[in-house]
Design a protein around this ligand. Structure first.
Ligand code: DX5
Ligand code: ZN
Length: 231
């Protein structure tokens, strides 16, 4: 893992794109300056919604060279790591509230050659993630209750982002600190100021207006927030 803080990156969440024209959405976002894509996998158990599986990840993989951030909102991530890795997932993000033992998930993902991320829901304290921070490539703090795009950002998670930032900086691991849910040009600056480096954006990219313009506005917002941060 590289040391030092990672660059600020924008990851459009394809859950908010038009599934009937997904290839075009991927191309438009890549041309518009996306740094990665975020793919939300839901099993109807861990969250009250269903989305898609490895076949869709593979279809996206065939259309872009950008990293694919696969967010596993499923009860048993350990069982599916290999399938999502084979499908082309770059970072496999599992939830610490899932049923799979975190140590086993981290080891299995790294054995496959994938990056691994540990995610926490809004109500889960940072202390649940703290023991794993040193061994993962990404910590993902959810800023909405997982399950649906288009929800309102929960500012009460910002102290957790700051706590994760402090720990990552102290360790010097250079892992990503991801914020996911309700990230817009209005909410992104505070997340960037708290230390997030990886911004998952669904509706703010795909739910209206030209995708390239939306990404430019989001990038300006995260840069402004990061500049304003007191370090
Ligand atoms: C929610 C997902 C998010 C969501 C983001 O369960 O994990 O990635 O799709 O969409 P917005 O940015 O619209 O909240
Ligand atoms: Zn997500």
């Amino acid at each position: 893992m590289p040391t030092g803080r990672r660059a600020l990156r924008l990851a459009p969440s394809l859950l908010s794109a038009d599934f009937g024209a997904l290839g075009a959405a991927v191309a438009e976002a890549e041309a518009g300056g996306a740094d990665a894509f975020h793919l939300d996998v839901m099993d109807g158990h861990f969250v009250p919604n269903l989305s898609f599986g490895p076949a869709l990840v593979a279809a996206v993989r065939a259309r872009t060279r950008l990293p694919l951030d696969v967010h596993l909102m499923i009860d048993e991530p350990l069982q599916y790591l290999e399938a999502f890795h084979r499908a082309g997932g770059s970072t496999l993000v599992f939830h610490l509230e899932s049923r799979s033992p975190p140590d086993a998930v981290i080891r299995a993902a790294h054995d496959l050659g994938a990056e691994v991320g540990a995610a926490i829901k809004p109500e889960t304290p940072f202390s649940a993630a703290e023991p794993y921070v040193e061994r993962v490539d990404q910590v993902l703090v959810m800023s909405v209750h997982p399950g649906f795009s288009g929800q309102k950002f929960l500012p009460e998670v910002l102290p957790k982002v700051a706590a994760a930032r402090a720990r990552l900086d102290a360790l010097g691991t250079g892992g990503d600190l991801s914020i996911d849910g309700g990230v817009t040009a209005e909410t992104a600056p505070a997340a960037a100021a708290a230390g997030a480096t990886f911004f998952v954006c669904g509706n703010s990219v795909f739910a209206g207006g030209p995708v390239g313009d939306n990404l430019r506005r989001l990038r300006a917002a995260v840069q402004e927030g990061a500049r304003g941060a007191v370090r």
